[in-house]
Write a protein that binds this ligand. Sequence first.
Ligand code: ADP
Ligand code: ZN
Length: 299
Amino acid sequence: MKNDLIAAIEAGGTKFNCAIGTGPDDIRLSTRIETTTPMETMREVIAFFDHGARQVGKFNALGIGAFGPLDLNKNSDTYGYITTTPKEGWKYTDLLGSLRDVFHVPMAIDTDVNAAALGEYTWGNGRQCDPLIYITVGTGVGGGVLINGKPLHGAMHPEIGHLFIPAIMSDAPEPDGVCPFHGSCVEGLLSGPAIAARWGAPAENFPAEHECWGEFSTLMALALANLTLTLSPQRIILGGGVMHQTQLFPMIQEELQRVLNGYLQTYELMEGVRDYVVPPGLGDQAGILGAMAMAQQLL
Ligand code: ADP
Ligand code: ZN
């Protein structure tokens, strides 16, 4: 129910954001916990919710949006685990189980980006959009997909951050990407660290007019073109630290139209393109609020 208190976790590679509340306008308590070792981090997370429940009231469900890859197959022995992550010390961590041992409420787990997509669908810029894609461009690149308001899972879950970009459509020679698995995939070319590696300084140092953003927009538009052609989304939300460069939105919209070259004559890709590629309505809160929305759906 809408007024039930919910516990929410956005589990990231740098920090775990935790909150108790009922929605965007009603966060009763929140904290950031550094991501160190699973043992230490989870101990702090559990302590926060334990004390929190005594302070603001018992929560009735718990939602987790986490970095991955995750095992989301409910029939699997490792359901709710972080699996093959390159993050030191976190391979095969039983994220869900460590919380289930302590808190006896219904729990939901999904990728951080599927959660963020749901947050935006419930309270942000993704309302009534079907399908909806949410992509974060930060330390890594990740993407979540909602179809009919439900996170897409399938064999695992979408891994949009590792799409390959067709270099042939870009004017520039293919740059060397930094993804340890694929080199020049989306994450290898467009993440914050990828920009820093290619252009020699942290992404936030480059002014809006810098040429790095032109190249970024072309490459991002190629990735969004592929997603558009595959999933036929009604909206694509781009969040994360790098997308704080708001000049990128019109640039990406224009490039998307250019690379699709008039093939898709839909409202979204013509006069509606300003509303097709948009920032998150919930800002950097999309993930944690999405975890909250996910848990709310269990009640
Ligand atoms: P995370 O991905 O770790 O959750 P963020 O989404 O904040 O965190 O992404 C961090 C990345 O975003 C860093 O690589 C940083 O260089 C980049 N970044 C942060 N702010 C900006 C900005 N204003 N412009 C461009 N890049 C930024
Ligand atoms: Zn990759």
